[in-house]
Design a protein around this ligand. Structure first.
Ligand code: GUN
Length: 296
Protein backbone atom coordinates (compact mmCIF):
# COMPACT_ATOMS: atom_id res chain seq x y z
CA UNK A 1 0.00 0.00 0.00
CA UNK A 2 1.12 3.51 -0.81
CA UNK A 3 2.39 6.02 1.74
CA UNK A 4 -0.05 8.89 2.25
CA UNK A 5 1.53 12.26 1.51
CA UNK A 6 0.37 14.50 4.34
CA UNK A 7 -0.21 17.80 2.58
CA UNK A 8 -2.28 19.17 5.42
CA UNK A 9 0.56 18.75 7.93
CA UNK A 10 3.17 20.08 5.48
CA UNK A 11 0.99 23.14 4.79
CA UNK A 12 0.61 23.78 8.54
CA UNK A 13 4.41 23.69 8.88
CA UNK A 14 4.82 26.12 5.98
CA UNK A 15 2.25 28.49 7.50
CA UNK A 16 4.21 28.38 10.77
CA UNK A 17 7.38 29.38 8.94
CA UNK A 18 5.51 32.18 7.16
CA UNK A 19 4.13 33.39 10.52
CA UNK A 20 7.63 33.48 12.02
CA UNK A 21 8.98 35.48 9.06
CA UNK A 22 6.06 37.93 9.26
CA UNK A 23 6.79 38.53 12.96
CA UNK A 24 10.42 39.25 12.06
CA UNK A 25 9.42 41.67 9.28
CA UNK A 26 7.11 43.55 11.64
CA UNK A 27 9.71 43.75 14.44
CA UNK A 28 12.84 44.50 12.43
CA UNK A 29 11.51 46.35 9.40
CA UNK A 30 8.16 47.76 10.52
CA UNK A 31 6.69 45.90 7.55
CA UNK A 32 3.37 44.05 7.84
CA UNK A 33 2.64 42.26 4.55
CA UNK A 34 -0.87 42.90 3.22
CA UNK A 35 -2.94 40.66 0.93
CA UNK A 36 -5.93 42.07 -0.97
CA UNK A 37 -8.49 39.53 -2.21
CA UNK A 38 -11.17 40.59 -4.69
CA UNK A 39 -14.30 38.47 -5.11
CA UNK A 40 -16.82 39.35 -7.82
CA UNK A 41 -20.20 37.64 -7.51
CA UNK A 42 -21.56 34.99 -5.15
CA UNK A 43 -20.13 31.67 -6.36
CA UNK A 44 -20.41 29.47 -3.22
CA UNK A 45 -17.08 27.64 -3.69
CA UNK A 46 -15.28 30.95 -4.27
CA UNK A 47 -16.86 32.40 -1.13
CA UNK A 48 -15.48 29.50 0.93
CA UNK A 49 -11.98 29.94 -0.56
CA UNK A 50 -12.01 33.69 0.05
CA UNK A 51 -13.15 33.27 3.65
CA UNK A 52 -10.37 30.72 4.31
CA UNK A 53 -7.77 32.95 2.67
CA UNK A 54 -8.80 35.91 4.83
CA UNK A 55 -8.71 33.88 8.05
CA UNK A 56 -5.33 32.26 7.35
CA UNK A 57 -3.83 35.61 6.27
CA UNK A 58 -4.75 37.12 9.63
CA UNK A 59 -3.59 34.03 11.53
CA UNK A 60 -0.17 34.49 9.93
CA UNK A 61 -0.05 38.05 11.29
CA UNK A 62 -0.62 39.72 7.94
CA UNK A 63 -3.11 42.37 6.90
CA UNK A 64 -6.14 40.96 5.06
CA UNK A 65 -8.04 43.33 2.77
CA UNK A 66 -11.24 41.99 1.19
CA UNK A 67 -13.28 43.53 -1.60
CA UNK A 68 -16.58 41.81 -2.36
CA UNK A 69 -18.29 43.17 -5.44
CA UNK A 70 -21.66 42.27 -7.01
CA UNK A 71 -21.76 39.97 -10.06
CA UNK A 72 -23.02 42.95 -12.08
CA UNK A 73 -19.76 44.91 -11.51
CA UNK A 74 -18.55 46.60 -14.69
CA UNK A 75 -15.12 45.61 -16.01
CA UNK A 76 -13.91 49.23 -15.88
CA UNK A 77 -14.86 49.49 -12.18
CA UNK A 78 -12.97 46.29 -11.37
CA UNK A 79 -9.95 47.60 -13.31
CA UNK A 80 -10.15 50.90 -11.40
CA UNK A 81 -10.11 48.99 -8.09
CA UNK A 82 -7.06 47.00 -9.22
CA UNK A 83 -5.24 50.22 -10.12
CA UNK A 84 -6.00 51.61 -6.65
CA UNK A 85 -4.65 48.42 -5.02
CA UNK A 86 -1.55 48.57 -7.27
CA UNK A 87 -0.86 52.07 -5.91
CA UNK A 88 -1.61 51.23 -2.25
CA UNK A 89 1.66 50.74 -0.32
CA UNK A 90 -0.14 48.68 2.39
CA UNK A 91 -1.06 46.06 -0.24
CA UNK A 92 1.79 43.72 -1.25
CA UNK A 93 -0.24 41.00 -2.92
CA UNK A 94 -3.43 41.13 -5.01
CA UNK A 95 -5.60 38.12 -5.80
CA UNK A 96 -8.70 38.31 -7.96
CA UNK A 97 -10.70 35.16 -7.34
CA UNK A 98 -11.45 33.23 -10.55
CA UNK A 99 -13.68 32.51 -12.35
CA UNK A 100 -15.00 36.01 -13.05
CA UNK A 101 -18.52 36.65 -14.41
CA UNK A 102 -18.75 36.13 -18.18
CA UNK A 103 -18.97 39.81 -19.14
CA UNK A 104 -15.51 40.52 -17.66
CA UNK A 105 -12.33 39.80 -19.65
CA UNK A 106 -10.31 37.63 -17.26
CA UNK A 107 -6.98 38.10 -18.96
CA UNK A 108 -7.39 41.90 -19.07
CA UNK A 109 -8.02 41.87 -15.32
CA UNK A 110 -5.12 39.55 -14.48
CA UNK A 111 -2.70 41.59 -16.57
CA UNK A 112 -3.85 44.84 -14.93
CA UNK A 113 -2.43 43.58 -11.59
CA UNK A 114 1.06 44.91 -10.90
CA UNK A 115 3.52 42.16 -11.84
CA UNK A 116 5.18 42.67 -8.43
CA UNK A 117 1.88 42.13 -6.57
CA UNK A 118 0.62 39.23 -8.70
CA UNK A 119 0.91 36.58 -5.97
CA UNK A 120 -1.11 34.12 -8.12
CA UNK A 121 1.67 34.23 -10.72
CA UNK A 122 -0.91 34.49 -13.52
CA UNK A 123 0.30 37.79 -15.05
CA UNK A 124 1.72 37.20 -18.51
CA UNK A 125 5.09 38.60 -17.43
CA UNK A 126 5.33 36.16 -14.50
CA UNK A 127 4.27 33.29 -16.78
CA UNK A 128 7.01 34.27 -19.24
CA UNK A 129 9.63 34.62 -16.52
CA UNK A 130 8.80 31.18 -15.13
CA UNK A 131 9.16 29.65 -18.59
CA UNK A 132 12.61 31.16 -19.18
CA UNK A 133 13.79 30.52 -15.61
CA UNK A 134 13.91 34.13 -14.34
CA UNK A 135 12.93 35.11 -10.81
CA UNK A 136 9.14 35.57 -10.70
CA UNK A 137 6.06 34.96 -8.60
CA UNK A 138 5.09 31.31 -9.12
CA UNK A 139 1.48 29.97 -9.14
CA UNK A 140 0.51 28.56 -5.75
CA UNK A 141 -0.98 25.12 -6.40
CA UNK A 142 1.92 24.11 -8.71
CA UNK A 143 4.48 25.31 -6.11
CA UNK A 144 2.65 23.27 -3.49
CA UNK A 145 2.75 20.13 -5.67
CA UNK A 146 6.51 20.43 -6.23
CA UNK A 147 7.21 21.11 -2.53
CA UNK A 148 5.36 17.92 -1.59
CA UNK A 149 7.24 15.96 -4.27
CA UNK A 150 10.64 17.21 -3.12
CA UNK A 151 9.75 16.48 0.49
CA UNK A 152 8.74 12.95 -0.46
CA UNK A 153 11.41 12.09 -3.03
CA UNK A 154 14.31 14.49 -2.50
CA UNK A 155 16.08 15.25 -5.77
CA UNK A 156 13.71 14.90 -8.76
CA UNK A 157 16.44 14.92 -11.41
CA UNK A 158 15.89 12.56 -14.32
CA UNK A 159 12.49 11.34 -13.18
CA UNK A 160 9.76 10.84 -15.71
CA UNK A 161 6.87 13.18 -14.85
CA UNK A 162 3.48 13.06 -16.53
CA UNK A 163 1.10 15.97 -15.94
CA UNK A 164 -2.50 15.22 -16.91
CA UNK A 165 -4.18 18.56 -17.65
CA UNK A 166 -2.99 21.67 -19.48
CA UNK A 167 -4.66 24.56 -17.63
CA UNK A 168 -2.89 27.87 -17.16
CA UNK A 169 -3.53 27.64 -13.39
CA UNK A 170 -2.04 24.18 -12.74
CA UNK A 171 -1.07 21.96 -15.70
CA UNK A 172 1.26 24.26 -17.61
CA UNK A 173 3.00 25.88 -14.61
CA UNK A 174 3.51 22.58 -12.76
CA UNK A 175 5.10 21.19 -15.94
CA UNK A 176 7.47 24.19 -16.03
CA UNK A 177 8.42 23.71 -12.38
CA UNK A 178 9.09 19.99 -12.89
CA UNK A 179 11.26 20.85 -15.88
CA UNK A 180 13.19 23.26 -13.64
CA UNK A 181 13.74 20.30 -11.27
CA UNK A 182 15.26 18.39 -14.23
CA UNK A 183 12.40 15.95 -14.73
CA UNK A 184 11.53 14.60 -18.18
CA UNK A 185 8.07 16.10 -18.53
CA UNK A 186 5.07 15.02 -20.59
CA UNK A 187 1.90 17.11 -20.62
CA UNK A 188 -1.09 14.88 -21.38
CA UNK A 189 -4.70 15.98 -21.83
CA UNK A 190 -8.15 14.95 -23.01
CA UNK A 191 -6.96 14.44 -26.59
CA UNK A 192 -3.87 12.39 -25.69
CA UNK A 193 -3.82 9.03 -27.45
CA UNK A 194 -3.72 6.05 -25.04
CA UNK A 195 -3.61 8.20 -21.92
CA UNK A 196 -3.39 5.10 -19.69
CA UNK A 197 -0.18 3.95 -21.39
CA UNK A 198 1.34 7.45 -21.13
CA UNK A 199 0.52 7.57 -17.40
CA UNK A 200 2.06 4.12 -16.86
CA UNK A 201 5.45 5.59 -17.85
CA UNK A 202 5.35 8.12 -15.01
CA UNK A 203 7.61 8.03 -11.94
CA UNK A 204 5.66 11.16 -10.95
CA UNK A 205 2.03 11.53 -11.98
CA UNK A 206 0.25 14.86 -11.45
CA UNK A 207 -3.50 14.77 -12.14
CA UNK A 208 -5.14 18.17 -12.70
CA UNK A 209 -8.07 17.61 -15.03
CA UNK A 210 -11.15 18.24 -12.91
CA UNK A 211 -12.77 14.91 -13.80
CA UNK A 212 -13.72 12.84 -10.72
CA UNK A 213 -11.61 9.66 -10.32
CA UNK A 214 -10.54 9.64 -13.96
CA UNK A 215 -7.06 8.22 -13.35
CA UNK A 216 -7.44 4.52 -12.56
CA UNK A 217 -5.30 2.23 -10.43
CA UNK A 218 -3.98 0.28 -13.43
CA UNK A 219 -2.69 3.55 -14.98
CA UNK A 220 -0.12 3.83 -12.19
CA UNK A 221 3.41 2.49 -12.54
CA UNK A 222 4.21 0.38 -9.44
CA UNK A 223 5.95 2.57 -6.87
CA UNK A 224 5.12 5.88 -8.62
CA UNK A 225 4.39 9.08 -6.70
CA UNK A 226 0.89 10.42 -7.40
CA UNK A 227 -0.16 14.03 -6.83
CA UNK A 228 -3.91 14.51 -7.10
CA UNK A 229 -4.86 18.16 -7.63
CA UNK A 230 -8.57 17.48 -8.22
CA UNK A 231 -11.28 18.58 -5.80
CA UNK A 232 -14.61 17.26 -7.08
CA UNK A 233 -17.87 17.08 -5.18
CA UNK A 234 -19.83 13.97 -6.16
CA UNK A 235 -23.01 12.27 -5.03
CA UNK A 236 -22.01 9.96 -2.17
CA UNK A 237 -25.01 7.69 -2.78
CA UNK A 238 -26.27 8.26 0.80
CA UNK A 239 -28.01 11.55 0.06
CA UNK A 240 -24.81 13.42 0.91
CA UNK A 241 -22.01 14.67 -1.30
CA UNK A 242 -18.40 13.59 -0.95
CA UNK A 243 -15.09 15.07 -2.10
CA UNK A 244 -12.97 13.04 -4.48
CA UNK A 245 -9.90 13.82 -6.53
CA UNK A 246 -9.07 13.22 -10.19
CA UNK A 247 -7.52 9.86 -9.19
CA UNK A 248 -9.32 6.71 -8.09
CA UNK A 249 -7.64 6.77 -4.67
CA UNK A 250 -8.45 3.21 -3.60
CA UNK A 251 -7.20 1.69 -6.86
CA UNK A 252 -4.15 3.94 -7.16
CA UNK A 253 -3.03 3.34 -3.55
CA UNK A 254 -2.50 -0.33 -4.37
CA UNK A 255 0.09 0.45 -7.04
CA UNK A 256 1.60 3.80 -6.04
CA UNK A 257 4.59 4.27 -3.74
CA UNK A 258 3.07 7.47 -2.35
CA UNK A 259 -0.11 9.42 -3.02
CA UNK A 260 -1.83 12.61 -1.87
CA UNK A 261 -5.31 12.15 -0.39
CA UNK A 262 -8.36 14.30 -1.19
CA UNK A 263 -9.12 16.19 0.98
CA UNK A 264 -5.94 16.91 2.97
CA UNK A 265 -3.36 16.58 0.19
CA UNK A 266 -2.60 19.36 -2.28
CA UNK A 267 -5.60 21.53 -1.28
CA UNK A 268 -4.16 23.03 1.93
CA UNK A 269 -0.88 23.79 0.15
CA UNK A 270 -2.48 26.40 -2.12
CA UNK A 271 -3.29 28.95 0.60
CA UNK A 272 -0.01 28.24 2.43
CA UNK A 273 1.88 29.03 -0.82
CA UNK A 274 -0.27 32.12 -1.33
CA UNK A 275 0.76 33.45 2.09
CA UNK A 276 4.38 32.61 1.28
CA UNK A 277 4.14 34.45 -2.07
CA UNK A 278 2.67 37.52 -0.34
CA UNK A 279 5.63 37.65 2.06
CA UNK A 280 8.10 37.12 -0.80
CA UNK A 281 6.42 39.94 -2.76
CA UNK A 282 6.52 42.25 0.28
CA UNK A 283 10.24 41.54 0.83
CA UNK A 284 11.08 42.18 -2.83
CA UNK A 285 9.05 45.42 -2.89
CA UNK A 286 11.10 46.63 0.09
CA UNK A 287 14.52 45.37 -1.05
CA UNK A 288 14.67 42.88 1.85
CA UNK A 289 16.32 39.52 1.06
CA UNK A 290 13.76 36.69 1.16
CA UNK A 291 14.41 34.86 4.48
CA UNK A 292 15.68 31.26 4.38
CA UNK A 293 12.57 30.06 6.23
CA UNK A 294 10.55 30.63 3.05
CA UNK A 295 12.69 28.62 0.68
CA UNK A 296 10.70 25.74 -0.84
N1 GUN B 1 -9.84 29.89 -8.57
C1 GUN B 1 -9.48 28.60 -8.42
N2 GUN B 1 -8.17 28.51 -8.12
C2 GUN B 1 -7.70 29.77 -8.08
C3 GUN B 1 -6.42 30.31 -7.81
O1 GUN B 1 -5.42 29.62 -7.56
N3 GUN B 1 -6.34 31.67 -7.84
C4 GUN B 1 -7.40 32.46 -8.14
N4 GUN B 1 -7.20 33.76 -8.18
N5 GUN B 1 -8.60 31.97 -8.40
C5 GUN B 1 -8.75 30.63 -8.36
Amino acid sequence: MATTIKGKAFAAGLRERVTAVVAELVTHHGLRPGLAVVLVGEDPASQVYVRNKGRQTMEAGMESIEHRLPASTREEDLLALIHRLNDDPAVHGILVQLPLPGHIDESKVINAISVHKDIDGFHIENVGKLSIGEESLVPCTPSGCVMLLKDQLGDLTGKSAVVVGRSNIVGKPVAMLLLKEHCTVTIAHSRTRDLAAVCREADILVAAVGVPEMVKGDWIKPGATVIDVGINRIDGGDGKTRLVGDVDYAGASEAAGAITPVPGGVGPMTIACLLRNTVIAACRQHGIPVPDGLQG
